[in-house]
Design a protein around this ligand. Structure first.
Ligand code: ADP
Ligand code: ZN
Length: 715
């Protein structure tokens, strides 16, 4: 008799699904989650598609161990995983791992509990668990393990063996009400909201670029799209680039819909993750607020995806599966028949071009809500009025801070650099302290009394003797980080209430939420922060923004530097004067005539984008052509070079241009030597098959690793 085979995809870096035998009497459908043996372990997997590998004879197939009662992966999610794997060239199992984690599969304690399964126990310990179970009312894993005095692992193993199964309980999640607290929209806003509502009501795939100046009410308007989605009983997903600061958003959505959204980000407790995952998989979660990984959740019926601050580079995941969440959100929406809304005050060149070409709908809002004026943005020429020696705030900025403070206003200083000083140098010989593992200087962090590598996390204490010239206590900090600016502010305005906001000093969402509350309540006079404060926060009393180093993002020879810098600075400037009080923004710069500074001051970002586009179009640079980066890395310098040269010698095809090899940005990272090759082609050519073929033909040493980055964001 021949065995019935099923193909099961496992959440490990294998590209294909493996065949398993289906025991008699067991039935599965695609998408169901099963446990199967892999080597000596039992692992979860998802029944994928038709059996894959008929070359394995029946008698060598291992059997499926159990079918979990966890909700199955919806077809749309399986299609999405296949699509992402194919596009990013990551192994399919690695993409699956973004959506399937073993610890999600236990029943969530607040919704399910364990009941006895059909199988009979074979060990004393397992008997003890069943005895304990009989005395309890559907206990969760922890309670059952405690009652039977066994480890939670035993409970899971028993579930896998069919001795325990999860029971469903009544689910009492708070319902969201689309009409709980709708705003009264201005005429402009009404037009925009109607257009969005119509596209969601159509229940088909569409993409809309929602472009509106900061404070124009984009959030209010996309909430109308969410409301429409809720009325149609479909789920909605809002993606945020910086989830650490999601508290303000959660509160806003809860106020609008009468109940809180379901959260999805890495700082959730394991119990909350599991509960939320199950609520999403069973369709009880109607609105999800999450980070990019939320795209891999098992939504039952997704009707809308909103990508807030769509231009943000934080949407690009740079390790493991390398993907851009904004682009993948569009794909997820297409596969789900959902409306995708990309919201930004400073859209990416990609999205602008797509809107211009008519591939996306385009809705624009040009005025702030409630008559609030746009902030006045001026450059402060550091060549004319330099800061004092060893200081970083120029006199006109100090005067503005003093005046704002005296008038009871709140101010913000922005510097996109964590720590105290970006560079530490020996005063005697000029020796610089760099990371032993990376091509990077060590950054002094006084808050942690250490030197830190921002790339690999290497830390060390500042040496008393210079390793190069043996001078004693000779190291001096060069340049500012936010901690050093905070020190300068403390010297200038000792009575002002200050706060530093940077990811290394605000590590949990709770800390960040408390800081935001203090700022909104005006318990803080001067906020000093990195890009963490650039995001969509609404601080009503903030009237002055000083950008300490507006030139910072422009160096580095990256073609996208101008675009990114303009977006970030515009975003920062947009924090000022959002309520009744007018705002003022001062950009400290040595290059006040740079096109980025001019565009910011005139507010004419559209012309700036046109100029950027003109720069990129002739060479087929993105978004006018296709680009992929291959990072070749190895422990040994020579191996990395050999591998990169082997690729360079084997040209892929004539219409694809290979640039490099060159040292990758960070020629050494975490102890590995890295080279980069860029592939560029006209829009009509898909680079993935070209790369596959190229890697097969080129004779790359096995000791080298190749990471493929399709659509790299720096070039
Ligand atoms: P954006 O997302 O474009 O920056 P928001 O949606 O955050 O703008 O709106 C800015 C501020 O104006 C928020 O405090 C918001 O609640 C308020 N606001 C916008 N539109 C309205 C409206 N129609 N009625 C009441 N408040 C509004
Ligand atoms: Zn390092």
């Amino acid at each position: 008799m021949t065995a019935t085979r099923v193909a099961v995809l496992l959440p490990y870096p294998f590209d294909r699904a493996f065949d398993y035998a289906l025991p008699d009497g067991m039935n599965v459908a695609p998408g169901q989650i099963v446990t199967v043996p892999l080597g000596k372990r039992m692992v979860p997997g998802v029944v994928w598609d038709a059996p894959a590998d008929s070359s394995v004879p029946d008698h060598r197939l291992k059997p499926v161990a159990a079918v979990l009662e966890t909700p199955a992966f919806p077809d749309t999610l399986r299609q999405f995983i296949d699509w992402v794997a194919n596009y990013t060239m990551a192994p399919r199992g690695e993409v699956l791992a973004l959506g399937l984690k073993a610890n999600l599969l236990d029943p969530p304690p607040d919704r399910y509990g364990w009941v006895a399964g059909a199988a009979t126990p074979t060990t004393k310990r397992r008997e003890a668990v069943l005895a304990a179970l009989a005395a309890l009312d559907r206990p969760d894993t922890a309670a059952l393990a405690a009652a039977a005095a066994v480890s939670p692992g035993i409970i899971r193993a028993m579930a896998d063996a069919g001795l325990l199964r999860p029971a469903r309980r009544d689910q009492g999640a708070a319902k969201l009400d689309p009409d709980a607290a709708p705003p009264i929209l201005s005429p402009d806003q009404t037009g925009a909201a109607d257009a969005l509502r119509t596209s969601i009501a159509a229940a088909t795939f569409s993409v809309t670029l929602l472009e509106g100046v900061t404070g124009s009410g984009k959030t209010e308007i996309y909430c109308e799209a969410i409301a429409q989605c809720l009325r149609q009983n479909r789920q909605a997903l809002v993606l945020l680039p910086e989830i650490a600061l999601s508290a303000q958003f959660t509160a806003r959505l809860a106020a609008r819909f009468g109940a809180a959204p379901t959260l999805w980000h890495s700082a959730l407790s394991p119990t909350a993750r599991r509960a939320n995952w199950h609520a999403i998989a069973t369709g009880t979660a109607q609105l999800v607020l999450g980070a990019r990984s939320a795209l891999f959740l098992p939504f039952t019926d997704l009707g809308a995806i909103i990508v807030d601050e769509e231009h943000e580079a934080a949407y690009k995941q740079e390790d493991g599966v390398i993907y851009h969440a904004r682009d993948m959100a569009v794909v997820r929406a297409r596969l789900s028949g959902a409306g995708c809304i990309l919201a930004s005050a400073t859209p990416s060149l990609e999205s602008s071009i797509n809107a211009e070409a008519g591939r996306y709908r385009h809705i624009t809002l040009t005025a702030r809500h409630g008559g609030a004026a746009m902030p006045r943005i001026e450059t402060l020429d550091l060549r004319a009025t330099p800061p004092e020696r060893g200081k970083f705030l120029a006199p006109p900025l100090i005067e503005a801070l003093a005046a704002n403070l005296a008038g009871g206003g709140q101010s913000m200083l922005f510097l996109n650099r964590r720590g105290y000083a970006p560079l530490t140098l020996c005063r005697a010989c000029g020796h610089r302290l760099n990371c032993p593992n990376c091509t990077a200087w060590l950054v002094e962090h006084r808050a942690h009394t250490s030197l830190l590598c921002h790339h690999c996390g290497h830390t060390e204490r500042q040496p008393t003797l210079c390793p190069s010239c043996s001078a004693e206590h000779s190291f001096v900090p060069i340049g500012p980080g936010v901690e050093r600016i905070a020190e300068e502010v403390a010297d200038l305005f000792p009575a002002a209430r200050r706060i530093v906001m940077a990811s290394d000093v605000m590590t949990t969402p709770d800390q960040a939420a408390a800081a935001i509350r203090a700022i909104v309540a005006h318990e803080i006079d001067i906020i000093i922060g990195t890009q963490m404060i650039a995001k969509a926060w609404h601080f009503p009393d903030l009237t002055l923004v000083g950008v300490v180093d507006a030139d910072l993002g422009l160096g580095g020879g990256d073609l996208r530097a101008g675009e990114r810098s303009a977006q970030l600075l515009h975003q920062v400037a947009g924090r000022a004067g959002r309520a009744a009080l007018p705002g003022r923004v001062l950009l400290q710069s040595y290059t006040p005539d740079h096109p980025v500074m001019r565009a910011l001051c005139s507010g004419d970002l559209a012309s700036f984008r046109t100029a950027e586009a003109a720069l990129r179009e002739p060479g087929h640079w993105p978004p006018f052509g296709r680009l992929a980066a291959l990072i070749v890395s190895a422990d040994l310098h020579d191996v990395a070079d050999q591998a990169a040269n082997a690729l360079a010698r084997t040209a892929p095809r004539s219409d694809v241009i290979v640039l490099g090899p060159a040292p990758a940005p960070f020629a050494m990272l975490r102890g590995r030597h890295r080279r980069r090759l860029l592939l560029r082609a006209p829009r009509g050519i898909a680079l993935q098959p070209v790369i596959r073929d190229w890697l097969v033909r080129a004779d790359v040493p096995g000791a080298a690793r190749i990471d493929i980055d399709i659509d790299p964001i720096s070039f």
